[in-house]
Design a protein around this ligand. Structure first.
Ligand code: RRO
Length: 306
């Protein structure tokens, strides 16, 4: 049974990796992903300057789900570029980045070019947790302006991390913007922004008066819907990374059935650690065996309609 997958010209041994934000802040955490059964990794979203992030408490596991308002803590773009450009498998790696303002964007990409980074860049347009800042990809005009600017600056392999959309008209609008650019991939979805979870009489996290991004199995229906909506609408050159709600191999299978080429794991990875990839891969293979599928291509995007 083959669970290899491909994005652009790169083949991965399997379709699983971490989601940005989980096991990817430091070299040591990323080494644990490399040592696991995951095919590759994405870094914590990097900004031009390092950031401490929001005040604690800023992450809680709540049953199988999670709430976070990390606030983009990261060690700065130079740290991740140094690490990636010394990685013998850099072509397979994903560097997540986010401009904090429009002036950052040229500098971010000139650094990536100076380092001659050969992997994938994941432009995060969907962080829900920066006080006072909107999620970029909910503003269609701003998204278009940023993509115009980015593709003037950069011709490498680049994708965007999107927030969940909840309206068919928004799927249509965003897909028609994305189809105008030579994107390599999209990643759907980031956490469901601005939820609250309550413990006794209090919010579970401190920043933004308790509002934070929700992850875990409760977001799976919207993750699958976004993956499939974009699979239906995007030109076939744009691959889809499915993220959201994975707790078992069946969930990975469903992401692929909806059109994902790669599947990322966030909350579950945070809860169980990188050894969880071994179980997910075995369960994915078991699920494929149940249906007699030999390769991911046998069922990718082939969810049936009633
Ligand atoms: O750091 C965060 O608060 C964070 C980011 Br950048 C993101 O993209 N998604 C999320 O749930 N948290």
């Amino acid at each position: 049974m083959f669970i290899k997958t491909q994005i652009a010209d790169i083949t991965f041994d399997n379709c699983l990796m971490n989601a940005a934000g989980v096991y990817c802040m430091t070299k040591e955490e990323l080494e644990q992903i490399v040592a696991s059964q995951a095919a590759t990794f994405v870094t914590k979203t990097a900004t031009l300057q390092s950031r401490p992030g929001n005040p604690e408490p800023r992450y809680r596991d709540v049953g199988l789900n999670s709430i976070n308002s990390m606030g983009l803590p990261n060690l700065g773009l130079d740290y991740y570029l140094d690490l990636l450009t010394n990685d013998p498998h850099q072509e397979q790696r994903f560097l997540s980045i986010s401009p904090m303002n429009a002036d950052d964007t040229p500098t971010l990409f000139s650094k990536i070019k100076q380092h001659d980074f050969k992997g994938f860049v994941e432009l995060n347009l969907s962080c829900p947790n920066i006080p006072g800042k909107a999620q970029i990809a909910y503003d269609f005009d701003q998204t278009q302006r940023i993509l115009d600017q980015v593709f003037d600056l950069y011709q490498g392999k680049l994708g965007v991390k999107l927030p969940p959309y909840f309206d068919q008209a928004h799927f249509d609008q965003m897909a028609s913007i994305l189809n105008q650019y030579p994107l390599t991939f999209i990643n759907s979805i980031n956490s469901l922004g601005n939820g609250i979870m309550i413990d006794d009489l209090s919010m579970m996290i401190a920043p933004k008066q308790g509002f934070g991004g929700i992850g875990g199995p409760c977001i799976k229906p919207w993750a699958l819907a976004n993956v499939h909506a974009f699979y239906q609408r995007l030109k076939p050159e744009i691959q889809i990374i499915g993220t959201g709600g994975v707790t078992c191999g069946r969930d990975v299978f469903e992401h692929i059935l909806c059109g994902a080429s790669m599947v990322q794991v966030g909350t579950l990875l945070h809860q169980k650690g990188p050894q969880v990839f071994e179980r997910l891969i075995q369960e994915l293979k078991d699920e494929m065996a149940t249906y007699g599928y030999q390769t991911l291509a046998d069922f990718k995007g082939k969810v049936q309609y009633l």
